[in-house]
Design a protein around this ligand. Sequence first.
Ligand SMILES: Cc1cc2nc3c(=O)[nH]c(=O)nc-3n(C[C@H](O)[C@H](O)[C@H](O)COP(=O)(O)OP(=O)(O)OC[C@H]3O[C@@H](n4cnc5c(N)ncnc54)[C@H](O)[C@@H]3O)c2cc1C
Length: 394
Amino acid sequence: MSNAIDSLSEAVRGSVITADDPDYDDARVVYNAMHDRRPRAVVRCMDSADVMATVVAAAESGADLAVRGGGHSVPGFGTVDDGLVIDLSVMNNVSVDPVNKIARVGGGATWGDVDHATYPFGLGAPGGIISTTGVGGLTLGGGIGYLTRGLGLSIDNLISADVVLADGRQVTASNDQNQDLFWALRGGGGNFGVVTNFEFQLHEVGDIVGGPLFYEVDDAPTVMAFYRDLIADAPEELGCFFAWQIAPPLPFVPEDRVGDLFCALVTCWNGPHEEADAVLQPFFDVAEVKAQHVGPAPFPALNSAFDGLVPKGMQHYWKADFVTELTDEAIASHVEHGKKTPYVSSTMHLYSINGAAQRVGADETAFGHRDKNFAPVIAACGRTPLTTKQTSNG
Ligand SMILES: Cc1cc2nc3c(=O)[nH]c(=O)nc-3n(C[C@H](O)[C@H](O)[C@H](O)COP(=O)(O)OP(=O)(O)OC[C@H]3O[C@@H](n4cnc5c(N)ncnc54)[C@H](O)[C@@H]3O)c2cc1C
């Protein structure tokens, strides 16, 4: 190792984990098992000072540097062969100011950490649909989730970020300071610096009414067209996505249908509960519902409901896009290929990103898809630990 990297363990409070350490294999592993990389060292940073020292050591030694928040990067950006990894997982503290409705969130926190800290105050911030995803990568890429239609993308609720720059200095970026950097962080991805703290505007998010509804695959054209038409002007408190889903062995799935492929709509009504029945009834009328788990639930429960389907350690290959229209031809194509969904963890999700997300100007942030209405994400995953004949499709 170079001197700069060698002396890192003296400079930081966190641990510098190298191939000689017994926990090296645990430390180097990322979520997507497609990426089996061997960094020179994984630096588990405790604070901004650790991050600053590691950035400087990487620059002085010429080593490549990877930054890891929640580690969920499908292309594997949270690790690197022969370089340094800044692992922020210990920097996951979330503190809530309930009066001003603001959360300060450590750069390595997950959305589960945010939900856990904000829910007791009846507050929340828009994240994704899986609670183990990192706030860092999700936010810097834009951030689409259950609350997007009502509250905007995650970046639309970002007030400021503390960022360690490539020269090792930490600055704050916001609408008042380092505005260019703040613009870039909101949708431009992870390469503008290491965010040690995010500051988010919180909103009233307590118990929602929602959950998944499963329909027969033969009804998919009707269900998809219904979703397209309804979500165009549904009340913005309604979040919803379409999914292909092989039924896992869950209590609400009839035993004889476990392992069958369905099309699903997953709903999240974050509005007045007395309006929920009227808003959600069309989902029960569009086609025969074969299984459902819709009802009042704490938001953190819905936000973690599918975590078990996508545990760390599977092999992932994803494709995603942003589209303005969901044409009948596109629906026919989705139906043709969706029927081949191979495993319980593989899917195509179709997120709607209209509503509040479209009220932010195209040039206000680096997120370049404000005119798009849908984001389809195809997630191809290897077999999961749930693998049985019941959870694979053919
Ligand atoms: C199971 C699963 C579910 C998902 N669901 C959603 C969803 O609902 N909505 C959605 O919008 N996206 C979703 N995604 C995509 C997800 O947002 C991206 O994969 C994101 O990059 C993951 O962030 P992370 O911090 O966990 O990943 P990491 O691998 O840690 O980081 C990903 C990238 O962000 C950078 N980064 C992370 N933290 C920081 C930081 N603090 N400072 C600077 N750079 C940082 C890294 O350098 C890297 O380039 C999902 C992904 C998975 C695997």
